[in-house]
Design a protein around this ligand. Structure first.
Ligand code: TTP
Length: 191
């Protein structure tokens, strides 16, 4: 299967690796956007808005005509979004919220050009076992939580905290490959 060459509007190493895993040719484009949620914005609205905003910001910077892919991942507990932890105190609070229960990871993907756009939203339930204070502190000092939504990486050390998931593993890591591949195929068919 050949896919269109695209631009990836992302600075996430995980998204680059996942796209490479699909065998898609891409170039990177910067997409700096304001990630502040609107007042009373739902998690579902927020994550989709950001994925689209990243893709559109990338498109605005491109000098060649390529479809641009943007994505956003959030961790949601009881409707509240847990961001990337800015401090140990914030991280500890997030881990205490996630300990011994399930939460949702939502990843939105947007593929845009000047004439067309496709979007997907993938939600996964993630079940954490109970975490001890010592484990939480050790995990913070590993350096893994700092640049990740909700403060953990399922593909790294945090795998030992996760009893099971119901949904898309690659979606939790940052780019749901089954749905992304379908979007690329659909894009190709519309050409
Ligand atoms: C929950 C979870 C998130 N993450 C990562 C994926 C994303 O890189 C990050 C979520 O933040 P995002 O704001 O979605 O992405 P980003 O800022 O890293 O990259 P960009 O906006 O430039 O595309 O958290 C993991 O790597 N593993 C996980 O298990």
């Amino acid at each position: 299967m050949t896919y269109p060459t695209i631009a990836l509007a992302s600075s996430s190493p995980r998204r680059r690796e996942l796209l490479t895993q699909l065998g898609v040719n891409y170039e990177l484009v910067k997409a700096d956007i304001d990630e502040t949620p609107f007042n009373n914005e739902s998690a579902v609205h927020y994550v989709q808005r950001l994925a689209l905003a990243k893709a559109r910001a990338g498109l605005a910077r491109l000098s060649v005509e390529l479809p641009v892919l943007g994505a956003d991942t959030i961790v949601v507990v009881d409707g509240n979004i847990l961001g990337k932890p800015a401090s140990f105190a914030e991280f500890k609070l997030s881990m205490q919220l996630l300990s011994g229960r399930s939460h949702q990871v939502m990843t939105a993907v947007a593929l845009v050009s000047h004439t067309r756009q496709l979007q997907q939203l993938v939600c996964t339930d993630v079940y954490f076992r109970v975490l001890s204070e010592t484990e939480i502190s050790h995990y913070w000092h590993s350096g893994e939580p700092q640049d990740k939504a909700g403060g953990y990486g399922i593909q790294g050390l945090a795998a030992k905290f996760i009893q099971r998931i119901n949904g898309s593993y690659t979606g939790v890591v940052g780019l749901p490959l089954c749905e992304t591949e379908q979007m690329l195929r659909q894009w190709q068919e519309l050409e």
